[in-house]
Design a protein around this ligand. Structure first.
Ligand SMILES: [Zn+2]
Ligand SMILES: [Zn+2]
Length: 231
C-alpha cells in the first residue's frame, strides 16, 4: 500500500480515481515486488459524509497490479542480494472503494514543515486505517487494501483510498464509507497515544505493506488526521 503518482489534473466532478497513477517502470530500488494502483472509474462516485476539511467518496474503481520483479535475499541476514525482473503484464480488476481527497491547503501546510514528511504521513494513516477498519465493519483485514497517493492525476491532489481486495467487492468499503469519521478518530487516538517513537506494529506498521513499512511518519500522520478531523 502506498504509491506516489504523476502530477495532478483537475478531475471531472464525482469521477473516481483512475489508472494513470500506475508506475510504468520499476522504482530504482524496489523494496518489494508488487505495485498496486487504482486503474479507472467504472461508476460515478457519490459525495459522502464531509470531514472537517475534506470530502469522502464511495464508488467503483479498477485496480491494476503489476509485479516488476523479486528480491533474492540472504537466508541468514535477510539482506537483499539482488533484484531480478519478472516480465509479467499487469493484472486488473474492478472493485468498490472509498477515498478521501486531501485538500491542497492541508498538503501544502505539511509540506512547508521540513520536519514532517507529508507522503510518509499519508502512508501511515492508510496503514492504521486498514488495520482498524475490521474493528468497525465485519471484515477480514486481508480482504482490504489501499493506496496513498501524493498526487493523483484525476483528483485535485493527494488521495487516500481503501478498496475491497476481492474482485467485484465484498461490500466492506460500502459499509465503512458511512463510518469514515469514526474510523479516522480511532486512527488519531491509536497513533497519537502509541508510546513508540517512530511507529510500531501497534500503530502505523502494516503486514501487507508493499514498501516493507518504510517511508512512514507518525508525527505527519497525526498532523494530517488533526486537520481532517478538527481544524
Ligand atoms: Zn506505535
Ligand atoms: Zn505501506
Amino acid at each position: 500500500s502506498g504509491s506516489p503518482a504523476p502530477p495532478p489534473r483537475t478531475p471531472p466532478p464525482g469521477q473516481a480515481p483512475h489508472a494513470k497513477s500506475e508506475k510504468e517502470t520499476p522504482s530504482p530500488n524496489p523494496v518489494r515486488h508488487r505495485t498496486t494502483n487504482i486503474a479507472s472509474a467504472v461508476g460515478t462516485a457519490a459525495t459522502g459524509p464531509a470531514l472537517h476539511t475534506a470530502c469522502v467518496h464511495y464508488g467503483h474503481i479498477r485496480v491494476r497490479k503489476r509485479i516488476y520483479g523479486y528480491h533474492r535475499c540472504s537466508l541468514s541476514t535477510g539482506a537483499i542480494l539482488e533484484t531480478l525482473p519478472l516480465p509479467y503484464p499487469p493484472g486488473e480488476f474492478g472493485t468498490s472503494a472509498f477515498w478521501i481527497d486531501i485538500p491542497l491547503k492541508l498538503r501544502d501546510g505539511i509540506v512547508r514543515r521540513p520536519w514532517l514528511n507529508f507522503f510518509a504521513g499519508l502512508h501511515s494513516v492508510l496503514h492504521t486505517l486498514l488495520q482498524l477498519l475490521p474493528l468497525h465493519v465485519v471484515a477480514d483485514p486481508w480482504d482490504l487494501n489501499g493506496l496513498s497517493m501524493d498526487r493523483h492525476d484525476q483528483r485535485r491532489g493527494a488521495v487516500l483510498c481503501v478498496y475491497d481486495q476481492v474482485p467485484g467487492g465484498l461490500g466492506i468499503c460500502e459499509k465503512a464509507f458511512g463510518q469514515v469519521h469514526r474510523l479516522l478518530q480511532h486512527c488519531h487516538r491509536c497513533i497519537s497515544k502509541c508510546p513508540c517513537e517512530r511507529g510500531c506494529v501497534a500503530c502505523v506498521f502494516s503486514p501487507t505493506c508493499d514498501c516493507n513499512n518504510e517511508g512512514l511518519d507518525k508525527k505527519a500522520a497525526v498532523c494530517i488526521l488533526d486537520q481532517l478531523l478538527f481544524w
